[in-house]
Design a protein around this ligand. Structure first.
Ligand code: MEV
Length: 428
């Protein structure tokens, strides 16, 4: 969709209204769609009442736009829903640097979900496993029979896998995995329906008893990956050469590779970027979180999801792969008006495309954190945002916020009492 650039220099300096209007023409949004983003229309309590139980209201969060992304040669503006200051700015800034190295290259697996069936009370687990293999096609056909629109759109059951657990506290267990291509859906309903539907046949074939029938959030058949390069020259700061910054980022990456305590924080930074897009598009961020962290521990030790290295010229390279079960149809994606607008801004044609954008966002966010941590630290930028929040809660009018913030920073006194006093003096 976009033959225009996402490199929107100074976007952050514009007023909220100016940003909304730039976005409106960039993504060809209607006035109603802008109203949805700004909260004057959007998800209503009545709609929310149909989404969950015991609804009493709706809860809002900021929606920002990350600029500068170039992904597989295409410019993207990325909507992010997040409560944490600095994240949107840091991600946009990182995207600008990756852009200097040609942007992100991304790819993804077919959208395969895994449904698990826990088969118990088996006389012979190995024999049951063989029978499942022998009846594979019949089981796949049975799963497709309840595949509905997903099968019509070219998805459906693809494979069966068996995983024996011979010695467990409840005796031998056979876990059957049903692999299903769910196309552009997140696919939870489709895979759960299929798993429940084939359970009686699995019991008949194996002679066992099926207990649980549920998807796995470790969606490791449905991974997306992104990589990118930043020329060393683009990384120089006042205090460090570009090569030094690149090396320090690589060192920071290795810290997370070897130490789970650091990996948890490192991956949290990645999820700052990923989750913000997941939430903006109405997807299930708990599912994505569960999959990401389980995948990070897949080799028995929790580690970093991303990798960094330098080439012979000292340029910085970054890459990441993670499971991402996202949808662009169904669920909250369809019901939530702001999620619909977010998808329109992204201009994605498939769930895979959305997954790839999420990984690029996560990698950009991760790099931004590492660069800040490995050079000046993150507190300077954070303190400015912190001061802004304090100024707003002290009652500063929108046009006063900047001067209240500047004064608190100048005085090195970022406290609610000081903010209130400055606001009072401005009134005078
Ligand atoms: C804060 O939300 C995220 C960071 O802690 C991530 C990191 O340490 O890499 C800055």
């Amino acid at each position: 969709m976009s033959n225009h650039t996402s490199r929107l220099s100074g976007f952050y300096k514009r007023s909220l209204e100016e940003r909304a209007s730039a976005l409106q023409s960039w993504a060809q949004l209607s006035d109603t769609e802008i109203d949805v983003l700004q909260g004057s229309s959007g998800l209503s309590a009545a709609q929310a009442d149909h989404m969950i139980e015991n609804t009493v209201g709706i809860y809002s969060l900021p929606l920002g736009i990350a600029t500068n992304f170039l992904i597989n040669g295409q410019d993207r503006l990325i909507p992010m829903v997040i409560e944490e200051p600095s994240v949107v700015a840091a991600m946009s800034n990182a995207a600008r640097l990756f852009r200097e190295g040609g942007g992100f290259q991304t790819s993804s697996d077919a959208p395969i979900m895994i449904g698990q069936l826990q088969v118990l009370d088996l006389q012979d687990v190995a024999e049951a496993a063989e029978k499942i293999a022998a009846y594979k096609q019949r089981l796949l056909d049975e799963a497709d029979a309840v595949g509905g629109s997903i099968v019509k759109r070219g998805g459906g059951a693809r494979d069966l896998q068996v995983r024996p657990f011979l010695d467990t506290p409840i005796g031998p267990m056979l876990v059957v995995h049903l692999l299903m291509d769910v196309r552009d859906a997140m696919g939870a309903n489709a895979i759960n329906t299929a798993a429940e539907h084939i359970a009686p046949l699995v019991e008949e074939i194996t002679g066992g008893r099926v207990n649980l029938r549920i998807l796995s959030n470790l969606t490791d058949q449905r991974k997306a990956r992104a990589e990118g390069m930043i020329p060393a020259s683009a990384l120089a700061t006042e205090a460090m050469s570009g090569e030094e910054v690149a090396r320090a980022v690589v060192e920071a990456g290795v810290f997370a590779e070897v130490d789970p305590y650091r990996a948890a924080t490192h991956n949290k930074g990645i999820m700052n970027g990923v989750d913000a897009v997941i939430i903006a598009t109405g997807n299930d961020w708990r599912a994505i979180e569960a999959g990401a962290h389980a995948y990070a521990a897949r080799n028995g030790r929790y580690t970093s999801l991303s990798r960094y290295w330098q080439d012979d010229q000292g340029n910085l390279h970054a890459a990441m792969e993670m499971p991402l079960s996202v949808g662009i149809v169904g669920g909250a994606t369809r019901v939530h008006p702001a999620a619909q607008v977010a998808l329109k801004i992204l201009g994605v044609a498939s769930a895979q495309e959305l997954a790839e954008i999420c990984v690029a966002a996560g990698l950009a966010q991760n790099f931004a954190a590492l660069r800040a941590l490995a050079s000046e630290g993150i507190q300077r930028g954070h303190m400015r945002m912190h001061a802004k929040q304090i100024a707003v809660s002290a009652g500063a009018a929108p046009e006063q916020v900047r001067s209240v913030v500047e004064q608190m920073i100048r005085e090195n006194n970022i406290r609610p009492e000081r903010a209130k006093a400055i606001v009072e003096s401005l009134k005078g």
